[in-house]
Every structure is written in C-alpha cells, then in structure tokens.
Ligand binder design. Sequence first.
Ligand SMILES: *[C@@H]1O[C@H](CO)[C@@H](O)[C@H](O)[C@H]1NC(C)=O
Ligand SMILES: *[C@@H]1O[C@H](CO)[C@@H](O)[C@H](O)[C@H]1NC(C)=O
Ligand SMILES: *[C@@H]1O[C@H](CO)[C@@H](O)[C@H](O)[C@H]1NC(C)=O
Ligand SMILES: *[C@@H]1O[C@H](CO)[C@@H](O)[C@H](O)[C@H]1NC(C)=O
Length: 437
Amino acid sequence: MRTMASVWFSVLVLVSAQQAFGNICSKDNSELHCNDCIRCGGYWCNEKGSPHCVSSLEDGWCPNDQEILPELEESSVPGKTVSPIYAQRSLYIMKPDRMDIEYFYKKELPLKIEIYNTTQTRNIVVKKYDTKCTATSCKATIEATPLQDFCTSSSSPEEFVHVTINVGHLEKVTLKYFIPCACECSSKNVVKNSLICNGNGDYSCSACQCNSKWTGEFCDVPICPKGRGDVQCTNPDFSYAECSGNGYCGPCETCICYTDRVGSQYFDQEEYCADICMISNQCEDCLLNSTAGECDSCVHTMIMQNYNETLKDSKDEFNRNIWVACNETVNDCHIDYYARRAADKSIYFMIERSCNDINSAPIVGTPKVSIILGVLGIIAAVAAIGGVMLWKHMNAIPPVPLNDPQYQNIDAEDCRGENPLYKPPTSSFKNPTYGKW
Ligand SMILES: *[C@@H]1O[C@H](CO)[C@@H](O)[C@H](O)[C@H]1NC(C)=O
Ligand SMILES: *[C@@H]1O[C@H](CO)[C@@H](O)[C@H](O)[C@H]1NC(C)=O
Ligand SMILES: *[C@@H]1O[C@H](CO)[C@@H](O)[C@H](O)[C@H]1NC(C)=O
Ligand SMILES: *[C@@H]1O[C@H](CO)[C@@H](O)[C@H](O)[C@H]1NC(C)=O
C-alpha cells in the first residue's frame, strides 16, 4: 500500500514540477517581455497603454508602433528525385513545425537528419515524425521544435538553423529555419533599473522587465511579500537544519514541509516546519506537571489527558497515526509521551513514562475534537490511498526537488527530539523508497 501511495505521489510531483518549470510560452502574455513574446510567436506593441503582447492580431490593436519582425519569406525549391531540396521556414520556441519531404522510393533508404550549423544553440529537436511509402515514392514528415533555451541572452531578431536531410539519393535536402530570438527595440534604449520600473527592473520596448523579486506592470509588486526574518532558507544545503529536518527551502526563503512523514500533518509551515514534539517540548513545566487538564504555564495551549494504550494507536481518516511519539529530558527526568494537535491548535498530550510517574489523576479535560478512528481491513487500505491523495491535493503539494537527497527518505521515524533547530538529523537516509520509480 505504501508503494502504491508513493507511486501516486510521484505522479503528482511530476505533474506539478512540470507546471512550475513549464515553458515560458504558456505564461500569461502580459508577463512576457518583447523577446519572449515574439519567440513564442506573439505580436508586440510599443505603444503605451496598449496590451503589449497579443497572440493574434486584432483590428485596431497597435495602429502606430508595432514591433515588426524581419521579413521571413517561406519558400521551397523542388528537386528531381527529392522535393523540396531547399526550403526556408519560420519557427517559434516550443511550437512544433511540420513539413513533408517527398522522394522516389528505393529499398531500405536511410533517412539521416543532421543539424548542419546554427547561429544559436543546438537546443532544437528535428526528427522524423512519420513516413508513408507507396511502391514508388515516400513522404516523410519532418518535425522541428526549438526548445525553450534555444536562444541565448545575446540573441538577435534573426537567428537560423541549417538542417540537412539525406534520404539516400544524390540530391539532399537543406532546410533553413528562421527563429526570431529578439525584438529590434530590445537592443535600443534599454534603461537599467529604470525609475519607471520603480528601480526594480529594466525599461525596454516600452515595458518593464522586472528583476527576479518583483512583478507587476511597473515592477511594484514584490513576489515574496514577507521575508523569513532571522534565518533565511536560501541554501538548500542547510534545508535540513533550517526547516527542522522536516522540510526543505522553497520559494521566497520559506520552508516547504514534507507531507509524507510520521506526524507531518502537524508540521508548522510558519515555524520552520517544527513538529509537534518540538513545540510541546518547549512546555517543560506542563510535561512535568502530572495533573490532567489544561496546563496554564505555557504559551501554547497544552492539555494533558491520562495515558491510554489503545488510544495512542488510533488512526485518522487518512490512516495516519493521530498520536505522535515524543520524548524530552528535563533536569535528568526523561519523559516519554504522545501528542496530537486539535483543529483549534491546542495540543493534547498523554505521558507514557515519566520519572515522577504519577498518572493516576482523573481525566478532567476531555478532547474537544472527535477522533475519527480508522477502519481496519482491505476497505481501509483502499480508502487510505484515496485519502492520502485527497489530502495531498488539498494541501497543494509544491514541486519537490527530486534530486534532493533529503527527500529520498520517505521512511521517516517518529519526531522524537528536543531542540527544534539545532538537532542533527534523526532520520536515516538508508531507504530511498522514493525516487526508485
Ligand atoms: C551554414 O550553412 C549554410 C548552408 O550550407 C551556409 O550557407 C552558411 O554559410 C553556413 N553558415 C555558417 C555560419 O557556417
Ligand atoms: C499543574 O497544572 C495544574 C492545572 O493547570 C495547575 O493548577 C498546577 O498549578 C500545575 N502545577 C505546577 C507545579 O505547575
Ligand atoms: C482508551 O481509549 C479507548 C478508545 O478511545 C476507549 O474506548 C477506552 O475506554 C479508553 N480507556 C480508558 C481506560 O480510558
Ligand atoms: C528520544 O528521542 C530521541 C530523538 O528522536 C531518540 O534518539 C531517542 O531514542 C528517544 N529516546 C527514547 C528513550 O525513546
């Protein structure tokens, strides 16, 4: 069952990773700069107050100052045994272009496609999409797709790739692909960190191109509204310490908590993914106090109830343990206890073992939130998989860095621990169940 859940989780992760790092051309047009706009096959207007980038030409749009791309005339030259022997076409980033090549059929002809030269990178895929042959002739469909990073930062409006195709005849095919990589206006009148862009971006082609931390038409909207303050979660190498061993550094210097670990339903995103043991361990007085009921000597609401062996193994509707095993040592007094957090954030705990072992006081406070006990058997197992997925969906799983070794540890242990931030990792890295897929 765990394997199933992992597989499902991997699928989710892949899907969201693709969304996050997806192609620039799928972005909202208003977020594109002139270069990106025309690379993606859009149209650009330099007039103020107009929508700058549109994907199709509309009447009345940009009457005066449209960014004109160099004339790229499509043409083709037929040959005797192969047609065409020469063709030129315009391509746009991430947009597959297909064209047909017809040739006389000779048995077992190899079709060799070669990128002959390029004024940019070789990040372009040219491949045979399909071939159809009759007794005498063949028609091969060639598909070309410039990839997202085909253009470089110093690209010009007119870049090209020459491709040769050999179908086994003396005549060969030469294809010349034009790929617009930049607007003319991009190289003229660029104002670095312009005041129009609130000093947070460059002004060119009548629009702001914002620095990485800003967005909005005039780069006046911070992408990360609140900084993390004291410790910044920017170095993935320190994710483990900075996110309490329960998460990794995500965007905007925040911790993204793992969602697949024991007690992860209680990991606190706002508090460096501190787990419930870390939080309740701060309330030492309450852990030492053996009177059941609400403890009033801590900033957190801590409610003690009597230890109940059956209760501690209860599961929630997603088949997760409701109670998390914790321990703490206060003045040489070692305490083993179980904790859970209710919807109102108050923490319930029950002490399994303590040096001042007097747990006979009657239950004063009863749990306010009903506990949904898990059902056993196959039905429960099936439901749990569905449940885990639903729950992950609801929590909007962020893309997980698949190569992050910390993430490879799905088999996490209990969050027994003392000091939130400076504890060495308590989990082992031996079992990378995750990532094997
Ligand atoms: C690239 O190949 C084409 C076709 O053979 C040729 O005309 C052109 O001069 C070449 N360009 C460079 C930069 O080598
Ligand atoms: C223990 O908790 C009870 C209930 O909140 C409280 O009345 C009592 O003062 C506490 N005792 C100590 C030693 O903190
Ligand atoms: C322990 O918890 C179980 C499940 O909630 C309950 O049925 C049982 O009565 C409890 N036992 C004691 C001694 O309170
Ligand atoms: C208490 O928690 C620590 C940290 O997780 C763990 O290493 C240790 O084994 C625990 N002690 C006991 C007695 O469970």
